[in-house]
Design a protein around this ligand. Structure first.
Ligand SMILES: NC(=O)c1ccc[n+]([C@@H]2O[C@H](COP(=O)([O-])OP(=O)(O)OC[C@H]3O[C@@H](n4cnc5c(N)ncnc54)[C@H](OP(=O)(O)O)[C@@H]3O)[C@@H](O)[C@H]2O)c1
Length: 165
């Protein structure tokens, strides 16, 4: 019997999957039948093991996503490792907290770059491949702060509002 939501034969790329929500998403995609590449700056040992335990292929891509420098390589390595790319989950994200009156430019730029700029340009790189193939899904992890302001998190609220946009 066909399983609803089966991802058998599909390939997914998840950013920031060594821990937290990204790890849960990567493993859930594998459990649904997809081969999964994970991209991030920390070793995703536990995630790779959990993906492989489902019988699916796991690919590890080392990348610091605080700039857009690695985005094309990340897509290229996912394609080289999995042979195709059907799903991109933009999960990697950071938050910086400080009072509005002293919030630093560095904390503004770091959060906007990681949570919004890289998300867009990684999506663009993946979308070019998906458009060529005629299909693909891009899932962005937003936040409640996509829809409301946040106290002491101006760059995070701005980035996540941008993601919603
Ligand atoms: N937890 C919540 O309540 C909540 C609520 C709404 C939205 N979200 C969103 O959900 C997503 C995951 O959050 P989480 O709670 O699971 O957070 P988390 O446990 O801190 O995980 C964030 C992931 O992003 C990765 N990451 C951060 N900066 C990176 C960089 N420069 N290059 C590569 N990877 C980077 C982290 O890698 P490292 O381990 O190397 O830092 C980690 O894998 C984020 O987009 C977050 O904004 C979370």
């Amino acid at each position: 019997m066909a399983i609803s939501f089966s991802l058998e034969g599909k390939a997914a790329l998840v950013t920031g999957a060594n821990t937290g929500i990204g790890q849960a998403i990567a493993v859930a995609l594998a459990e649904a039948g997809a081969d999964v590449a994970v991209a991030g700056r920390s070793e995703p040992t536990e995630t790779l093991r959990a993906i492989e335990a489902t019988g699916r292929k796991a690919v590890n891509i080392k990348a610091d996503l605080s700039s857009i420098e690695p985005v094309q390589r990340v897509v290229d390595e996912a394609l080289a490792g999995l042979g195709r790319l059907d799903v991109l989950v933009n999960n990697a994200g950071i938050i910086r907290r400080d009072d509005l009156l002293q919030f630093s430019e560095e904390d503004w730029d770091k959060v906007i770059d990681t949570n919004l700029k890289t998300l867009f340009f990684l999506s663009q790189a993946a979308a070019r491949h998906m458009a060529e193939r005629g299909s693909g899904k891009i899932i962005n992890i937003a936040s409640l702060l996509t829809f409301q302001g946040g106290i002491r998190v101006p760059s995070y609220a701005a980035a996540k509002s941008g993601v919603g946009g």
